[in-house]
Design a protein around this ligand. Structure first.
Ligand SMILES: [Zn+2]
Length: 724
């Protein structure tokens, strides 16, 4: 390695595990490693050269192997984490360059661990449930071994016998023993931590030629198949590759599955692991991409909003998936990332893209069923087209998502034109920002971000779904009533009757092409009282919209000299009430500007609606919350039917000073109930009107009927073709 290469180092956003330490360097490296059709194969050499520079710089400083002392985030914790990756990266560099210095580095670091590891008791800061020895929790130890064993595999054949013996008997075997027989409750647990442990132990088994270890990793400690990697594949992903905690956790959970599966495929292709469960691993990789918009994951549950397709887990996932399938649209997904992993599969991506084999990743409308059998609701994704900036409308009709789940049953998200239009707050957390509660979840994650009012879903009596008890929520899933195309319109329809006692929630979302080629986003949200008529409730429908409010069709009373919280608890205490309207009848509108486009929401209910504008930040002494706005619609009654139609229109071109504002093109929304059927008719000012016929109450059942009223047919020019 030349001196100049050592100097050009800096840190690479795209190399495994360096993102957090090296965040400031990202801008320049992002530019350098954008992949496009012009890339030469030499591009991958650049990736490896820069990896070499980073690793060389670390080696030049010496690699400390300190006695474990600190909890997560502390010095010894971070140093051991980095050392695991250094072993891995030096191993990759040895294979790529043939430079013996990298082999010796892997050997020397592992020998230092050989001096340390046998003498370690449990970590002094041990987490009670799952203590490690090198780290405070054994999860980190599993991750360390996954990296280290891959690095070791690259050099093992070229080491002296005595070094190999020491490394295996003092580090790799004792650690694999500790992570398996040493902690059976974690190893045999059907949980993400169990997957990391199985991957670490199984991959070690392959490298060291220990079929028994591999069997335990695949089938559980007793090899019954009641635990282990295969059982985890059975339980943790739905048949469509959806992971119950949502996409943010899915990409993290995916990593050990993908890496161990790749090791299984290389060592025992006869197991056909990528065919297992109808190819669920590849489905999970694809579904992670599907659950993104403009490069970021849908921010559902405790999601860090910045995370998206660029995450290293998904880079491994796509590299391995492409290696197996050679599907050209996976290259299209890779082109949405800002780099590749420094592995042979990563090199292959560069090459294939340079050869022009890439096709755009076709984002599609899809229902990702939830639950291991696919029967526990699902995430409904409607897209107006395959391009990354086409509209996407999401309904979260999934299970709770365990302790990281939010109380957002039938929650609605709307993306369009490359923007979030109606959004989810995500997690209240600043990852790795020490002054913000050490980078951990903030108290406001519970008091605001998880609460129902923080979501675009119906909130009854100002309480959260399942009364904010996730264990209760975990017992119940929504039912998908319908998903698919009807009469040129895409529809998703779901319900749940357990989020509130005595209230049946139903939601229908649809994308309806309009006469001028744009799309209407239709949202019918219903709260149907199951008690007697005199039992009334308050029904709040929040719309967490992005952009600048332009106008409303109704008058508002604005707070002028003081702000009051919008409520007392369940997240309401964090909202300032900025303005409120009198009770409103009929269809009303609110319009806002977002980017260079206007959006108009036309809404109506079968009850009078009061509209409120709120701003986040009340009862937030540490400024932990972003100052975001919402429109909250409120009715009181036995039941509520809210009908909302979103449309994009006009333009706001500041360069040309051209502004076109069209406003709502919805002439009328009518909601009527007759003979146990509630009919919702949406009438645009031109083009077909559409009627949805729905069961009027929770007690009656009726299939969804959708009826289109063709204006041409009804017009005087065609008197003989009246609508049926
Ligand atoms: Zn949320």
């Amino acid at each position: 390695m030349s001196k100049s290469a050592l100097l050009t180092g800096a840190c690479l956003g795209l190399i495994v595990g360096l993102t957090s330490q090296c965040a400031p360097a990202r801008d320049s490296t992002d530019r350098a490693y954008l992949i496009n059709a012009d890339s030469e194969k030499a591009g991958f050499d650049t990736v490896m050269n820069d990896l070499a520079a980073t690793v060389n710089a670390r080696l030049a400083q010496g690699i400390p192997v300190p006695t474990p002392r600190d909890a997560g985030g502390g010095y010894t914790h971070e140093q051991h984490k980095q050392n695991g990756k250094t072993i891995y990266e030096a191993g990759l560099l040895y294979t790529y360059t043939g430079d013996a210095a990298y082999r010796d580095a892997v050997r020397d670091i592992l020998l230092d661990y050989g001096d340390l590891y046998p003498g370690l008791a449990l970590h002094p800061q041990q987490k009670e449930q799952t203590p490690g020895r090198l780290f405070w929790q054994s999860l980190n130890e599993s991750v360390w071994l996954v990296y280290a064993i891959q690095g070791y595999a690259e050099v093992r054949d070229d080491l002296a016998d005595e070094d190999r013996f020491r490394i295996e008997s003092d580090v790799l075997n004792p650690m694999a023993d500790f992570l398996s027989v040493g902690q059976p409750e974690t190893f045999d647990r059907i949980h993400n931590h169990g997957t990391w442990a199985a991957a670490a132990v199984g991959m070690t088994g392959y490298v060291l030629g220990q079929p028994d270890r591999v069997e335990q990793a695949l089938l559980g400690l007793d090899r019954s198949g009641e635990a282990g990697f295969l059982k985890q594949l059975d339980i943790l992903f739905s048949p469509d590759g959806y992971y119950a905690e949502g996409p943010y956790y899915q990409r993290y959970a995916l990593m050990p599955f993908v890496l161990f599966a790749q090791a299984i495929e290389k060592n025992e292709p006869e197991r056909e692991i990528f065919e297992y469960r109808d190819g669920v691993i590849l489905k999970a990789i694809r579904s992670t991409v599907e659950q993104s918009y403009a490069g970021k994951f849908f921010p559902i549950n405790d999601a860090i909003r910045e995370k998206g397709l660029n995450t290293v887990e998904l880079k491994y996932g796509l590299a391995i998936a492409y290696d197996l399938t050679k599907a050209p649209d996976l290259l299209g997904a890779v082109e949405l990332q800002n780099g590749v992993v420094p592995t042979p599969e990563g090199a292959q991506l560069f090459e294939a893209i340079a050869q022009g084999k890439s096709e755009p990743f076709a984002f599609s409308s899809t229902l990702l069923r939830d639950g291991s059998s696919g029967a526990e609701g699902g995430l409904a994704i409607l897209r107006s087209g395959p391009a990354p900036d086409d509209a996407a409308v999401i309904m979260k009709a999934t299970t709770q998502g365990l302790g990281h789940g939010h109380f957002d049953k039938l929650g609605f998200l709307y993306f369009d034109n490359g923007h979030e239009v109606v959004a989810d707050y995500g997690a209240a957390r600043f990852l790795n920002v020490e002054p913000k509660n050490g980078g951990r979840y903030l108290p406001e994650n519970t008091s605001w971000a998880k609460q129902s009012i923080a979501h675009n879903t119906l909130v009854v009596d100002q309480t959260s779904h399942f009364d904010g008890d996730w264990r209760q929520g975990q017992k119940h899933a929504p039912t998908i009533i319908e998903f698919g195309s009807r009469d040129g319109m895409q529809v998703a329809f779901a319900e749940i009757s357990t989020a509130y006692e005595g209230i049946h929630l139903q939601r229908l979302i649809a994308i309806m092409p309009s006469a001028d080629g744009r799309d209407y986003i239709i949202d019918i949200m219903r709260g149907l009282g199951q008690g007697t008529r005199d039992q009334t409730h308050t029904f709040d429908l929040p719309v967490h919209f992005k952009g600048q409010l332009i106008e409303t069709s109704f008058e508002m009373r604005h707070a002028t000299d003081r702000l009051e919280p919008f409520g007392q608890a369940n997240g309401y205490q964090h909202l300032w009430q900025r303005s409120g309207s009198e009770p409103l009848d009929g269809a009303q509108t609110a319009s806002w500007l977002l980017g260079d486009q206007f959006y108009t929401l036309t809404f109506a209910s079968d009850q009078q609606v009061s509209a409120y504008f709120t701003e986040l930040g009340a009862n937030d002494p540490n400024h932990n919350l972003r100052r975001e706005q919402a429109l909250v619609l409120r009715t009181t009654g036995h039941s509520a039917n809210y009908v909302s139609v979103y449309e994009r229109h006009g333009k706001y071109d500041s360069d040309e000073e051209v502004t076109v504002f069209d406003g709502s093109s919805i002439e009328d929304i009518s909601i009527s109930t007759d003979n146990d059927i509630t009919s919702v008719t949406i009438s645009p000012d031109h083009g077909d009107a559409i009627t949805f016929h729905l069961a009027a109450s929770a007690l009656t059942r009726a299939p969804l009927k959708i009826e289109r009223h063709n204006r041409q047919d009804q017009s005087p020019e065609h008197p003989g073709e009246g609508s049926q």
